[in-house]
Design a protein around this ligand. Structure first.
Ligand SMILES: *Cc1c(COP(=O)(O)O)cnc(C)c1O
Length: 463
């Protein structure tokens, strides 16, 4: 019998592996489908290796190790935590905002059993799911009423459909923005059934442009926060205050799609491009829409606050049912909003705000710690601390640079792109930037508890 023949005969059958100690253990831990696929895959691979003459280790232990790794890969969840080392706090591709402790606890508390989601406990009959956040929204924003839906895109769509279907909505050409791949204000307006009435030019829109566009078919004046871009130079837009005065005079409601929807005043931090929701409500806007998972730092949601009569019309619209918020989100949202009752405390309790407003010295301390941990074990790369800047992301505070520190890693034996790939494909994945031959770990978005993990992943990726 030749060597190849001998190796083939040494291969176990799928059934033999299944009945072995390993097989029994795997079946206890993973779905049978994946155990079978894992065994088949590795046996097939062995056959090919034997034919090609490339097999080195034929021991059962080695085979079991390979099968186990294959089963674990097949049985792993697709959606999983990653470490964000990009410094972009609101990274839409990485899940946008990180929830607060209270929000996480509340999801578990509410979703593990039944709840009073739509049940009025005092009256003993059907209640309203929005009731759980309406009081908080009123207290925090000063608006008469408020509800929440799936996301802000849905909020805008719903408001336009409820308030302006078949009628004209006046909006400045300078505010017909695209926010992330598929959300374009003009497209959302058209699909909501509202008729877009563009006024002004890309760089300048005046109050008289709005004034002249008003006719008997006008249902709404819409202002849109430009979010992810800034214009500079010869530009002019009309303030919300002026639009509100015009709306009052001509009896036309005014809606402001704020996008980010910050609930604290960022001006003391030198951040002027995001008006707070409270400011806009105070200006007298009739309807204000904003995201739950941008600067607010909560779960994906779209919040609608404003005058009660408009809120009622929006609530009663059939689209509201199609974009309604679920209990997991609602539980996280209520807990997140609760943090804002004490405005000062929100800055510490809400991770998004904590990361954005973190003191540069504190970032530096953590950067030194991570760099130190990496240096201790890594000899085949040069490790440096670099001053740099991060972005808010999520269409919030565009063009604003936040001073930060990064750990720069320049590998000696592999390319920096290879290092980036290994970090991205590892467990947990670490997502970092590459610039000018160095891998940069921006420490703004790396939590203290992840510092050791990041250092360990870099060490493994370089070995
Ligand atoms: C981000 C944004 C939206 C979309 O909000 P989502 O919560 O992502 O659906 C809509 N309008 C503006 C101005 C935005 O910045």
């Amino acid at each position: 019998m030749d060597k190849t023949q001998e190796l083939f005969e040494g291969l176990p059958s799928v059934d033999e592996v299944l009945k072995s100690g390993y097989g029994i253990k795997w079946l206890g831990e993973h779905p049978r489908l994946y155990v079978l696929s894992g065994i088949r895959e590795v046996i097939d691979l062995r056959r090919q290796e034997i034919l090609a003459g490339t097999i080195a280790d034929v021991s059962p232990e080695n085979m079991a190790r390979n099968i186990e790794a294959t089963i674990e890969r097949l049985a792993a969840f697709s959606l999983k935590p990653v470490i964000n080392a990009t410094g972009i706090v609101l990274h839409t591709n990485l899940g946008r905002s990180v929830l607060s402790e209270k929000a996480l606890e509340n999801i578990i508390r509410v979703a593990g059993g039944y709840s009073n989601l739509e049940y009025d406990l005092a009256a003993g009959k059907r209640g309203q799911r929005f009731s759980h956040i309406t009081r908080l929204l009123r207290e925090i924003t000063g608006a008469e009423g408020g509800i929440a839906v799936n996301n802000n895109a849905a909020a805008v769509f719903l408001c336009l459909n409820a308030l302006a279907k078949g009628k004209e909505v006046i909006v400045s050409r300078g505010e017909l923005v695209e926010i992330g791949g598929s959300f374009r204000i003009p497209d959302v307006m058209v699909s909501s059934g509202a008729i877009l009435r563009e006024v002004g030019t890309t760089n300048k829109t005046h109050l008289y442009d709005y004034e002249n566009a008003i006719n008997e078919n006008t249902a709404l004046i819409l202002k849109v926060h430009q979010s992810n871009y800034r214009m500079s130079g010869f530009t002019e837009d009309v303030s919300i205050d002026s639009l509100v005065s015009l709306g009052k005079k001509r009896d036309i409601p005014v809606m402001y799609d704020l996008g980010s929807g910050c609930l604290i005043d960022l001006k003391p931090y030198g951040l002027y491009s995001e008006p707070s929701v409270q400011e806009i409500v105070r200006s007298g806007a009739d309807i204000v829409t904003f995201s739950g998972d941008k600067l607010l730092g909560g779960p994906q949601a779209g919040l609608i606050v404003g005058r009660q009569n408009f809120i009622e019309r929006v609530k009663g619209n059939p689209v509201a049912r199609a974009v309604r918020i679920d209990k997991l989100t609602l539980s996280a949202l209520e807990a997140t909003l609760f943090e804002y009752v004490d405005n000062e405390k929100a800055k510490d309790a809400i991770p998004v705000l904590r990361m954005l407003l973190e003191d540069i010295e504190s970032i530096k301390t953590r950067t030194k710690k991570i760099a130190g941990l990496i240096k201790r074990h890594v000899k085949n790369a040069s490790i440096e601390i670099m001053a740099d800047s991060s972005q808010a992301g999520g269409g919030a505070l565009p063009g604003k640079d936040f001073p930060t520190y990064t750990v720069s890693v320049r590998p000696e034996h592999i390319s920096v792109n290879e290092l980036e790939e290994r970090l991205r494909k590892g467990d947990p994945p670490v997502i970092a930037r590459v610039r000018e031959g160095a891998l940069l770990l921006d420490v703004r978005t790396i939590s203290d508890k992840d510092a050791v993990i990041v250092a360990d992943r870099v060490r493994t990726a370089l070995s």
